[in-house]
Design a protein around this ligand. Structure first.
Ligand code: MEV
Length: 429
């Protein structure tokens, strides 16, 4: 584990010193850190072997969120994201949560779902009974399709038959994929069992594919925040909003999302800011994670927030539950040095461990967004961080970037023409 996820003044350090500080804290060699991130971590010749019609690679910022404590241990959270303020916001929220004990996370069971669709089943109840009666035999057959996984202690665990009506049955095979995300494993099992299942059911074989609504692979994260750590400061340093009022604002924001799908979508987007950033940094399939998260959010028939917040005495408490199918072996990880570096920097020990980190980043991002929204609004903090990209787009280089960004923030003018004007003045001077 990182000895210390708090590195004071980190964001003010020049890039080279920031890299050195992270190498020091994590025990990862500085040379390895630097070379893993060169050219976005991925060479064009390697990229050419991963997907088709390759022209090159496309880089994104790779950063580290600080201050996280997960299940009593300090952890660095690697994040890849193009949006300014996401990493700073997650770090700030993690600092607030830290003084009330940090994030408490768990993965209850970690099973992927493989689906086998059957149509034209004349006697659905009879087919279901026959399939259930043969479930151990079918699971044993499924295990033969994934011998490597079984050797690693994983494999098919149970089988469920669902009647979708009008002669359509679907068989779910639940699979422990250990440290793999498991899409290929689930698909192999579905394809290996399909014909036998169709034969037994007396129906026509349809699709054989995993489900991204992996609601048997849920991660749960809880955290608390103390009122005094939530209060905001005015420009003169005095409390602008008392902690208790901030708690009330955040709880109201949560209730808004619980009642309104329009708000729930944005609330969940704030959670996915944190989750996806860790998912992308570690080379995982963010489309699968997004599909699962939103399907799970809508499981009751109406779209709901993935995390909710309540007041408990003087504390604000939050809980996030969501499906997360992540892997730390196979896939992109075999070929992407930056993804492997991300796992190393975070000292990830298993796929479950990674899911707990990603979910903690999600809950931190949600808390940061709600706290800002319930107090001064997000635009001031967001735009002052965005100012550096505006300055760069206006042509600022080296130390000009921060100088133009500060001038934009001071003038509260966040547009490219203002940035160009400031840049000209600066160069003229
Ligand atoms: C912006 O990326 C995310 C937020 O809109 C999330 C939210 O509204 O809770 C700030």
């Amino acid at each position: 584990m990182a000895r210390e996820s708090r590195i004071s003044g980190f964001y003010r350090l020049p890039l080279a010193e920031r890299r050195r500080a992270v190498a020091d804290v994590t025990g990862v060699e500085l040379d390895e850190l630097i070379s893993s991130l060169e050219r976005g971590g991925l060479d064009s010749t390697v990229a050419d072997k991963i997907v088709e019609n390759v022209l090159g690679t496309y880089g994104l910022p790779f950063g580290i969120a600080l201050n996280a404590r997960v299940n009593g241990k300090d952890r660095l959270l690697p994040m890849v994201v193009e949006e300014p303020s996401v990493i700073a916001a997650a770090s700030n929220a993690a600092r607030i949560v830290r003084s009330a004990g940090g994030f408490i996370a768990e993965v209850e069971e970690a099973l992927m779902t493989a689906q086998i669709q059957l149509t034209e089943v004349a006697d659905a109840p009879g087919a279901r009974r026959r399939l259930e009666a043969r479930s151990s035999e079918l699971l044993a057959r499924a295990a033969e399709a994934v011998p490597g996984l079984v050797a690693r202690g994983g494999g098919p665990r149970s089988l469920e038959v669902r009647d979708l009506g009008d002669g359509m049955l679907v068989v779910h095979v639940y699979l422990d994929c250990r440290d793999a995300m498991g899409a290929n494993l689930a698909n192999s099992v579905a394809e290996a069992l399909g014909y036998e299942i169709a034969l037994e059911a007396g129906g026509r074989l349809g699709l054989r594919i995993l489900s991204n609504l992996c609601d048997r692979r849920l991660v749960r994260v809880r955290c608390a925040a103390r009122a005094e750590d939530l209060q905001t400061r005015g420009e003169d340093g005095a409390a602008a909003l008392e902690g208790s009022a901030v708690i009330e604002g955040i709880v109201n924001a949560s209730r808004f999302a619980e009642r309104d799908p329009y708000r729930a979508a944005t609330h969940n987007k704030g959670i996915m800011n944190g989750v996806d950033s860790v998912v992308v940094a570690t080379g995982n399939d963010y489309r699968a994670v997004e599909a699962g998260a939103h399907a799970y959010a809508a499981r009751s028939g109406s779209y709901r927030p993935l995390a909710v917040w309540r007041r408990e005495g003087d504390l604000l408490t939050g809980e996030l539950v969501m499906p997360l199918a992540l892997g730390i072996v196979g896939g992109t990880l075999r070929v992407h040095p930056a993804a492997r570096l991300a796992l190393k920097l975070a000292h990830v020990t298993s796929a479950d461990d990674l899911a707990m980190l990603a979910a903690s980043a999600g809950l931190a991002s949600n808390l940061a967004a709600l706290r800002a929204l319930a107090t001064e609004g997000i635009q001031r903090g967001h735009m002052s961080l965005h100012a550096r990209s505006i300055a760069t787009a206006a042509g600022a280089v080296h130390d000009e970037v921060d100088r133009v960004a500060s001038a934009l923030a001071a003038a509260r003018a966040y547009d490219i023409s203002a940035a160009r004007r400031i840049l000209l003045e600066l160069r003229g001077a």
